[in-house]
Write a protein that binds this ligand. Structure first.
Ligand code: BGC
Length: 765
């Protein structure tokens, strides 16, 4: 096949065995189901309620059994051939379901849709008493399905007007009625973000609960697999379940203003807050990292050692129960108290065992650089604008979740402060006001007016007409011409055109990159994610809908997540798409954020490792991955104009740390900036972020693109190092962007952007 043939000719060439299609194939759907099983988290299991014996009789309550939410809405949605809901899953796993009750819900769901009800947001039906008694006569086991939907461009409310975190009054009524009659009650949570868990954790009548997340097109089957014990629930939480939405420190200011959000909790996000700030431990229902299994594991012989500036942790994990299963060993550290306030725990390594048979033991080994334990000093307490390890003893905690992790004997001791990396003050706030410390006290932060750094471009040669006419990009690919030589022939207008997306081709609906026929520059099409390849329904190509990113993260299994990446890349390639707009790795700062389902965790290490796994999988197929949204897009309301105000330390240690890990571990081809503003400067125009930190400090060599239809100034974006404006049209989605844009960039500013674009296209098939 000729280089770029897929881009140029859009052929129909299936990638599977014997020319079968891989898109939406059985093999890919099997990976989706596997990931859904592995990401399911068992939160509660008393009196040996689960797993259910084969053929058990169950009564299934809740609209969510039919109106199952496979994933979230907006660009993160995926069109697949079918969706297996919870009812289907239970039936297909061999359970005997009380049909009249499920029939009742099926009718209520159909009626609600007819009346304009929205997917995943239907009002819970009032179950007639006779149906409850009929169900009770049929079985002593009730399963309640609770579903939640959320999507792009809107957030959930904390005031009860749109219950997401809490149960609605109607849901409570169903729960009470079921608990009054059934001796065994099991809860299934079909959600894209943390919701209230205290209502069943504290309720003696509810004996089991599974977090089944939004598990993709076969999520219902995966729920059946786990309920019946065909699969052990080996998922572990990647967020903290707190008792009430008001317990999360981000809630109070979330809706303070449409124009800004102040991240005053600083680095104390998620478990870093709950495990550190006095009195907050009690607010946790299920801690970060938590999840039960049907078998019992013992983590023993924990050994921690230091050599060559690395910490190594080994532990033996023994399956002491009666069923096969996998355990996740988690390592946390605590840095010494010093001048810089610090969280009591921070995750530094993790490892999931293979499937261990009863009686089997595996020795897991994990290692990480000492420098990972450094804090960023943004006040000059030790050394200003540097990552520092303060003198003292560093302790390590190993176990199955942040609360359970027991202190290991070994301490890493430093007799003096060590500077790990000297940086420069970048993206610092002007008006944060105050920031939280480990004691729970806020300290005030004075307002500062900042002059932002600019990065003048290096000079480039002027345009040169080539003797013998235009060269083609294939001349560069075939070694007849250097890329610099190729760039020299492009006019300012041509350079400018190339820094704006090109229109769609084939099945694409999110436009593409490149496209200049006269120079043989092909068009590399993009497609959305991250729960699969998003091709519009009307095109007629059904792709595989994978579990949401949060559920993938809950597998704690980067190899499995990498396989998901491989599948998605193959589906992209088969459909002649070149750039996948995934993974998405913003931090779960608040359960209210409408797009949490697309993101992995409240923890940057988990986020970064999962994103890196996806990128590795995707790019192994010569498809470009696009980690997004860089950075601090943690609220959807007014997302294009909202200013995320935060300390430089929180930015570096929490919000961009995952991106840093991803860049260093997997070298993504493309990064997408976010819509929002960061400390007064729009992310897409943020030279300190893009050129200073991403390219300068982390050595990122790839392409940077904007998010779609942002409201930024294109000239400023190019000056900041943001290479391509997406998509090809203006905000009205009709006017082509290049025809109206007033771009004042110089040749020297544009050439590096186009060079990076062409380097990407040269890397693609
Ligand atoms: C989203 C991006 C997405 C893009 C293209 C935007 O609204 O924020 O995540 O990739 O649209 O669909």
């Amino acid at each position: 096949m000729e280089k770029w043939a897929r881009m140029k000719y859009q052929p129909c060439i299936p990638l599977g065995k014997d020319r079968s299609c891989v898109t939406g194939s059985k093999e890919h759907i099997a990976v989706s189901r596997r990931a859904a099983c592995e990401g399911t988290v068992l939160l509660k299991n008393e009196k040996g309620t689960l797993p259910l014996a084969p053929g058990s009789r169950v009564a299934l309550f809740g609209m969510g059994q039919i109106d199952y939410v496979k994933g979230g809405g907006g660009s993160g949605d995926v069109y697949c051939e079918y969706v297996k809901n919870i009812y289907d899953g239970l039936r297909e796993s061999g359970l005997s379901v009380y049909e009249p009750l499920s029939e009742f819900y099926r009718e209520r769901v159909a009626e609600a849709y007819k009346k304009g009800g929205l997917y995943g947001r239907l009002r819970e039906a009032d179950v007639p008493k006779e149906l409850i008694s009929g169900a009770r006569a049929f079985t002593d086991t009730a399963i309640i399905a609770v579903c939640r939907f959320s999507g792009e461009n809107w957030d959930r409310k904390a005031d009860g007007s749109d219950p997401y975190f809490e149960l609605s009054a109607e849901e409570k009524k169903t729960v009470d009625a079921v608990c009054a009659d059934f001796p065994k009650v099991i809860v299934l949570l079909n959600t894209g973000a943390m919701i209230d868990t205290s209502w069943f954790a504290d309720n003696g009548n509810i004996s089991a609960a599974l977090m089944i997340w939004q598990g993709g097109m076969e999520g219902g089957l995966a729920a059946g697999d786990v309920l019946t014990g065909r699969e052990d629930p080996s998922g572990r939480l990647t967020d903290t379940c707190a008792r009430s939405i008001s317990d999360y420190p981000s809630t109070a200011g979330f809706y303070e203003s449409p124009d800004f959000v102040k991240y005053t909790e600083d680095v104390f996000v998620g478990y870093r807050y709950f495990e550190t700030v006095p009195g907050m431990k009690e607010k946790v229902v299920y801690p970060f990292g938590y999840g039960l299994s049907y078998t019992r594991f013992e983590i023993k012989n924990v050994r921690v050692s230091a050599a060559d500036e690395r910490i190594t942790v080994t532990a033996d994990v023994e399956n002491r129960g009666e069923r096969p299963g996998r355990e996740v060993v988690q390592v946390y550290f605590k840095a010494p108290e010093g001048r810089i306030t610090k969280p009591a725990r921070a995750l530094c390594a993790f490892k999931k065992t293979k499937k261990l048979a009863p009686g089997e033991t595996e020795t897991v080994e994990m290692s990480f650089p000492v420098s990972d334990m450094a804090s960023y000093d943004d006040t000059g307490a030790v050394r200003r604008s540097a990552y520092v390890l303060e003198a003292g003893e560093y302790s390590f905690f190993v176990g199955r979740n942040v609360r359970d992790a027991a202190e290991a004997g070994f301490k890493y001791a430093l007799s003096e402060n060590v500077t790990v990396r000297v940086c420069e003050e970048l993206c610092a706030p002007e008006r944060l006001g105050r920031r939280l410390t480990a004691s729970g006290e806020y300290i005030s932060v004075p307002d500062v007016k900042r002059v932002r750094r600019t990065y003048p471009p290096a000079p480039v040669p002027g345009q040169k007409e080539r003797e013998g006419g235009r060269a083609l990009l294939s001349d560069v690919w075939e070694g007849r011409l250097t890329l610099d030589g190729f760039l020299e022939q492009l006019s300012l207008e041509e350079l400018r055109r190339l820094t704006v997306a090109c229109g769609p081709r084939g099945v694409a609906n999110t436009d593409g990159l490149g496209d200049m026929k006269e120079y043989g520059i092909p068009a590399a099409m993009t497609a959305d994610g991250p729960a699969g390849i998003r091709i519009k329904r009307q095109v007629g190509v059904a792709t595989t809908a994978f579990p949401i990113a949060t559920m993938l993260a809950c597998t704690w299994d980067p190899e499995l997540v990498e396989r998901v990446g491989v599948c998605c890349a193959r589906e992209a390639k088969e459909n002649n798409l070149s750039v996948w707009l995934a993974p998405a790795l913003n931090i779960h700062r608040s359960p209210l954020c409408g797009r949490n389902f697309e993101y992995y965790s409240e923890d940057p290490l988990v986020s970064g490792r999962m994103a890196a796994a996806i990128v590795r999988g995707v790019q192994s197929q010569n498809i470009a991955a696009t980690p997004k949204h860089f950075a601090c897009n943690n609220k959807e309301t007014n997302r294009k104009e909202s200013d995320s105000v935060l300390s430089e330390r929180a930015l570096r240690e929490i919000y961009i740390r995952g991106f840093e890990i991803c860049v260093r571990e997997s070298a993504p081809d493309v990064i997408m900036t976010s819509y929002n503003i960061i400390n007064g400067v729009r992310a897409s125009e943020n030279a300190e972020l893009i050129t200073g930190i991403l390219r300068g400090e982390w050595g990122y060599r790839g392409l940077v693109i904007t998010d779609w239809w942002n409201t930024a100034d294109r000239t400023a974006e190019v000056k900041a190092g943001n290479d391509i404006r997406m998509p090809s049209t203006m905000n009205d989605r009709k006017t082509p962007f290049v025809d109206v844009v007033e771009n004042k960039n110089t040749r020297a500013e544009l050439v590096p952007c186009v060079r990076r674009l062409l380097e990407l296209i040269l890397r693609l098939d």
